[in-house]
Ligand binder design. Structure first.
Ligand code: ADP
Length: 497
């Protein structure tokens, strides 16, 4: 692999980085938000619990000797002035309110009296809940100075001179809020920067490690692909099942296998094609040369030749024209089958009837050659599901061969037999037979056992039969013993009526 070829493209790296940065920012901000929320809650709850008894103490201490109300019913302001003084000395952030039974603010002790937006009535529900739970439950109440806001508080009921109400002390008053907001802001900033920085650092380390591990497999695969591309057809990804990208690794290996398989197939097809062309041109040349010779003789010596000779020469030319046309027809048929231009049109038909017709057709030829041609088991009507014209072609070739390679007084038998879901078709002859070592090759096109057999045919007959069998998803077998004869057997699916 050359140096400038990276496993990951800069575009992909950019995308990965962007995803990382976004993730870090998102994680950082959620972390800050969650921490801030709980930190605030924690601090509020602690303050409230710590100061839960403040209101109770104020009542116990201040209302012991003096009433919060004067004789005319108005609030004892000096007492509260004193109270404020004490409170401020201890904690400036608290605000004290004197409430009546319905929660109306009778008097307030706060640092800033000029606040106009304050509310005059406080909701009693949180106060009652606080008193009921003795300050042990975290509860927020109204802030009279900031309507709408909820604050931690301490509260206790009083009952003086027949007047009832509540002492309500807001613990996180304005001052507390200001300081808290300020501190929170500072901590948030620090926390934010710290969290983001740390997350960034960890993500960077983990990200780099992840990329390294991921690209380790990718690098390996890329190297193998490149090797294959450079001509090493044996290059495969080792142990694809252990790869992190197993599917990809396996797919590459399978793809490489099928490419190599196809290349081998193409090579052998190419080799056979060349062989075929060479053989065919040889076979075309011979009858053509004979034709040319006899026609020239007829032209030149027309006057000197006897009628008998003329007839004989014409017969020879006729035979050779037949041979040529037969060869061309077979070649045409075979090339059509090989190019897969033929799609079988399967239908139910009677193979028994077809066999009768074929036997009748070849009877004359068989009689000429003094061969006994028979149809075995003709009573039973066997129906098959196949392409009738292709099956007829195959049977024709097989019978032709059987007659071709059988001597006078021999026998050719076509037999049909139902076997389970199939019909077995058997063409047996008592002819020359085929040597065992040649039997596997006779279905290859242009293979002729005996080269002198060329006078019989062109060597395409069985190749055509084989193609027809392939189209019917069936196979043909040959059983043969030299000098005793041959049997060609194949099955077709029976059609159940
Ligand atoms: P050909 O046109 O030469 O007959 P085929 O493809 O039909 O070509 O047959 C291929 C070869 O198989 C023949 O040349 C012959 O040697 C052998 N063969 C085929 N059928 C028979 C048979 N019934 N008996 C003996 N040999 C046969």
């Amino acid at each position: 692999m050359s140096q400038n070829e990276k496993t990951l493209t800069p575009k992909l790296i950019k995308k990965l980085w962007l995803a990382f940065v976004l993730l870090v920012l998102l994680m950082g901000s959620s972390y800050i938000f969650i921490t801030g929320y709980f930190a605030n809650k924690y601090s509020q709850e602690t303050t409230q619990r710590l100061n839960a008894d403040v209101a109770h103490h104020v009542i116990a201490e201040k209302f012991k000797d003096a009433s919060p109300f004067l004789e005319d019913g108005s609030v004892n302001k000096p007492l509260f002035g004193d109270l404020m003084h004490d409170m401020m000395a201890v904690n400036q952030s608290i605000e004290v309110y004197l409430l009546n039974e319905s929660g109306d603010v009778l008097y307030s002790v706060v640092l800033d009296h000029g606040d106009k937006s304050s509310i005059k009535t406080v909701s009693l529900a949180p106060i009652q809940s606080f008193i009921k739970n003795k300050g042990e439950r975290f509860v927020l109440g109204d802030d009279p100075r900031n309507p709408g806001e909820q604050k931690i508080f301490s509260a206790a009921p009083y009952s003086v001179d027949g007047r009832n109400g509540y002492m309500y002390i807001v613990l996180a008053g304005k001052k507390f809020q200001e300081i808290s907001d300020n501190l929170m802001g500072q901590y948030f900033a620090k926390l934010g920067i710290g969290a983001t920085f740390l997350t960034m650092l960890f993500s960077l380390v983990i990200g780099l490690m992840a990329i390294w591990f991921l690209t380790k497999n990718l690098r390996l695969i890329t190297q193998t692909v490149r090797k294959f591309h450079d001509g090493d057809l044996e290059a495969r990804i080792a142990d694809p099942q252990d790869s992190d990208i197993e599917v990809f690794a396996k797919s590459f290996n399978e793809m490489a296998d099928s490419i190599v398989g196809n290349m081998d197939k193409m090579k052998s097809v190419d080799h056979l094609r060349r062989e075929l062309i060479a053989n065919v041109s040889h076979d075309l040349r011979t009858p053509l040369a004979i034709l040319k010779g006899y026609i020239e003789t007829l032209q030149i010596k027309n006057d000197t030749l006897s009628e008998e000779q003329k007839k004989e020469y014409l017969q020879i030319t006729h035979d050779n024209v037949d041979k040529l046309s037969n060869l061309v027809n077979q070649l045409f048929e075979y090339s059509k089958l090989e190019a897969e231009q033929v799609t079988p049109v399967k239908e139910p038909f009677s193979i028994t009837e077809l066999s009768h017709d074929l036997i009748a057709k070849f009877r004359v030829l068989a009689e000429q050659k003094q061969i006994e041609l028979q149809l075995d088991n003709p009573q039973e009507n066997c129906m098959v599901f196949a392409d009738v014209s292709l099956v007829e072609r195959a049977l024709q070739n097989l019978i032709e061969n059987a007659l071709k390679y059988t001597q006078a007084n021999g026998k050719v038998i076509l037999s049909l037999q139902k076997k389970g879901k199939n019909v077995e078709i058997n063409i047996t002859d008592t002819g020359t037979g085929i040597p065992v070592n040649e039997q596997p090759f006779i279905f290859d096109r242009y293979k002729q056992v005996d080269k002198s057999a060329k006078k019989h045919g062109v060597g395409l007959g069985l190749a055509i039969v084989k193609k027809i069998m392939d189209l019917h998803d069936t196979t043909i077998t040959v059983l043969s013993k030299p000098k005793e004869g041959s049997s060609f057997i194949f099955n077709l699916p029976a059609y159940q009526i």
